[in-house]
Design a protein around this ligand. Structure first.
Ligand code: PGA
Length: 248
């Protein structure tokens, strides 16, 4: 019942030369049985949205909480939508760390994104110290409670569980650990929003998803897809991940 989602986060990578990768992904996955989302740097969003056709949705990697105004260097949710985006990633751990974004900031940005008609991919995840101290579920509970605005619907809310220690490191949690957190997130969403929204919001796993480990991760309960960093930059890496999700 939940449409599976293969999302790519290009982070601060990619120029016009990489649009060829997007065309390859589009050609290969026209009519795919899963939803495909690419979130390039803002400079590429418009061109990528035009190159991507209807086979691929596009999104931003952050937005400002205000509609417009004196915020040099920032981009509003409405501007992302105007450039062709239908999603925005919010609260990625790199934003939380590099820009000291708090749960409250993420919630306000998400509110602005929803008002502009965007769907939100809200990221949560623990550090290795927090996992070692057996605090993972408390940390996730706090981030969910603080970062998600009340106005979400089952269609507009996507949660990405990204253990910080698994991002870009080649390490991933055990499948049991992934399942435990995804089941926990599902139950928290149902508790807060009721079973309608709680059961239809999608929950992605992110952190070192590769062609070699995607299938086993997609077999875990309540994993509705992936948020992929490094392996989303090349069609030869991203395509097998999309195919594994189609088969899951
Ligand atoms: P990675 O990044 O796949 O390169 O580990 C995932 C992410 O940060 O979204």
């Amino acid at each position: 019942m939940r449409r599976k989602l293969a999302a790519g986060n290009w982070k601060m990578n990619g120029t016009g030369a990489e649009l060829a990768e997007v065309r390859t992904i589009c050609d290969t996955h026209q009519g795919a049985g899963v939803e495909i989302l690419l979130c390039p740097p803002a400079t590429l969003l418009h061109r990528l949205s035009e190159a991507a056709s209807s086979a691929i949705a596009t999104g931003g990697q952050d937005c400002h909480k205000a509609e417009n105004g004196a915020h040099t260097g920032d981009i509003s949710a409405g501007m992302l939508a105007d450039a062709g985006a239908s999603y925005v990633i919010l609260g990625h751990s790199e934003r939380r760390e590099d820009h000291e974004e708090t749960d409250q900031d993420v919630r306000e940005k998400a509110r602005a994104a929803l008002a502009a008609g965007l769907k939100v991919v809200i990221c949560v995840g623990e550090t290795l110290e927090e996992r070692d101290a057996a605090n993972t579920l408390d940390i996730i509970a706090g981030q969910l409670a603080g970062s998600i605005p009340d106005a979400v619907t089952g269609d507009t809310l996507v949660i990405a569980y990204e253990p910080i220690w698994a991002i870009g490191t080649g390490k991933i949690p055990t499948l049991d650990q992934i399942g435990e957190v995804h089941d926990f997130i599902r139950s928290r969403l149902e508790q807060r929003f009721g079973s309608g929204v709680g059961r239809s919001a999608r929950i992605l796993y992110g952190g070192s998803v590769k062609p070699g480990n995607a299938a086993e991760i997609f077999g875990v309960s309540n994993v509705d897809g992936a948020l992929v960093g490094g392996a989303s930059l090349k069609a030869t890496d991203f395509s097998p991940i999309i195919e594994a999700l189609e088969k899951a």
